[in-house]
Design a protein around this ligand. Structure first.
Ligand code: GLU
Length: 479
């Protein structure tokens, strides 16, 4: 994810409380025993540890965490955040959100999250490798990692490189374990990763936004015309999630009018070229100074307040609060980041006539494709490998037969389009799209079922609580 200024987060210890308050609010729309609700919302295991690494002529002690929020399904799943701002409260909140997002998209995992309290920019690649490998060993020592136990993935500040170090360390420490590669997801393709994982969270966010604005009845209520085409969008964050969210939203026909990063924000009501802005930032180190921008703001938060239809905060938590929500012009907020809107700000936004597509659904594309990667690792075969040629041959037979019977002759392009068997990337993208669309309507159904349910987040949580309650009942833990 992107690197948005989060200095306000240093002393912030209410993220987990915010997640719990959303949970408690939703729980009133269910009929479960108070003890069961408490079990669902609590963090089951919080492992806090410290380890030394060699640095310069001395040593440095690193603070780290792994939180497994819920074991109602195994393994638990969630990324590892590398950030100076990481604290226990944040990791607990993010682990809880992982439980909820897995349940929403019907991924059979419990939620977890990891944190390493460092700013990766201040460390050499060698030091980062040492830290990551040592972190993995600490998890192995306490049985906090494994394909059937707890499966990490990338998060803010980590990526494919870190996941390959984790995979290698885990495999080295577990010689002969057939499924060792399933101990971590988000790995590079060359190291048993899966096509489409890198883009998955952003692609999922874009699909979530498109699905939300396609429902005519809901758009009418908030004063927008249905359809993604031409919708003005502001995206905060040009990291993995924000960049791909903006890219796919533009591909779906939306107009990206604003982009915000920690150093500032740019705006052009006629649209910005996402790739050109990305390249400009890569070359100059800043989003500011992009020649295609009509307005520039030194403060990222000012960028969020510009005119648009859809706002996608895809950076860090706590960006939309009581202090700025009233200035937001967007009608729809699609949460690419985890926890970008405080509960109070969300209430005000609904009073303003807006709609929030919640994080636990909107950014669940990443874990959905992580699930596909884990399945690939356990089955030891790439998706499409066994059936692709068979499908192509069957399609070819069908086309030849139809042409023979009807006398029609397809163009080479038409023929190729019909005949082609699905690649791994196509299967992953189609599975992701199906998951995002189905889950949106599952949430919406709950929202519509009770007029007292105040928004999509509460509706999503009501669905989550009911699903997890069934798991506990099936485990025989609760009647
Ligand atoms: N860190 C990502 C998230 O917050 C991905 C988690 C995963 O793939 O396990 O959803």
């Amino acid at each position: 994810m992107a690197t948005i200024n989060s200095s306000s987060l240093t002393l912030d210890t209410h993220f987990f409380a915010d997640v719990c308050s959303n949970f408690d609010y939703a729980a009133q729309f269910t009929k479960h025993d108070a003890g069961l609700l408490d079990q669902i919302k609590s963090c089951n295991s919080v492992y806090r540890f410290r380890f030394p690494i060699r640095r310069g002529n001395g040593f440095e002690v690193i603070d780290a965490w792994r939180v497994e929020h819920s074991h109602h399904q195994s393994p638990t799943k969630g990324g590892i955040r590398y950030s100076e701002m990481v604290n226990e409260d944040e990791v607990m909140a993010l682990a809880a959100l992982m439980t909820y997002k897995c349940a929403i998209v019907n991924v059979p995992f419990g939620g977890a999250k990891g944190g390493i309290k460092i700013n990766p920019k201040n460390y050499t690649v060698q030091e980062l490798e040492n830290i990551t490998r040592r972190y993995t060993v600490e998890l192995i020592k306490k049985n906090f990692i494994g394909p059937s136990i707890d499966v990490p993935a990338p998060d803010y500040g980590s990526g494919e490189r870190e996941m390959s170090w984790i995979a290698d360390t885990y495999a080295t420490m577990n010689p002969g374990q057939l499924d060792a590669m399933g101990a971590v997801t988000g790995k590079p393709i060359a190291l048993h990763g899966i096509q489409g994982r890198r883009e998955a969270t952003g692609r999922g966010v874009a699909i979530a936004a498109r699905e939300c604005v396609s429902v005519a009845e809901d758009m009418q209520k908030i004063g927008l015309t249905p359809g993604i085409s031409g919708k003005k969008v502001i995206v905060q964050g040009l990291g993995n999630v924000g960049y791909y969210s903006a890219k796919f939203l533009a591909e779906f026909g939306a107009l990206i009018v604003g982009l915000c990063e920690f150093e500032g924000a740019i705006y052009n009501e006629d649209g910005l070229d996402v790739e050109a802005v990305f390249q400009h930032r890569k070359a100059t180190g800043s989003i500011l100074g992009y020649p295609g921008a009509k307005k520039e703001f030194k403060n990222t938060l000012e960028g969020l307040e510009q005119p648009c239809d859809i706002l996608v905060p895809a950076a860090l938590e706590n960006q939309l609060t009581v202090s700025n929500i009233r200035n937001i012009k967007a009608k729809v907020i699609v949460e690419g980041a985890n926890g970008p809107t405080s509960p109070e700000a969300e209430t005000i936004f609904y009073q303003m006539g807006g709609l929030v597509v919640p994080d636990m659904y909107a950014n669940a594309g990443g874990v959905t494709v992580s699930y596909f990667e884990w399945l690939k690792n356990l089955s030891h075969v790439a998706f499409g490998r066994i059936n692709r040629r068979f499908e192509e041959n069957s399609n070819l037979n069908l086309v030849n037969m139809v042409e023979g019977i009807t006398g029609l002759a397809l163009t080479p392009l038409q023929r190729a389009t019909i005949v082609k068997g699905a690649s791994e990337l196509e299967l992953v993208n189609s599975g992701l799209e199906d998951t995002m669309i189905r889950s949106y309507h599952e949430i919406r159904e709950v929202y519509k079922s009770n007029e007292k349910i105040d928004g999509l987040r509460t509706a999503a949580l009501v669905g989550v609580i009911n699903k997890i309650a069934v798991s506990y009942q099936n485990l025989g833990i609760w009647p």
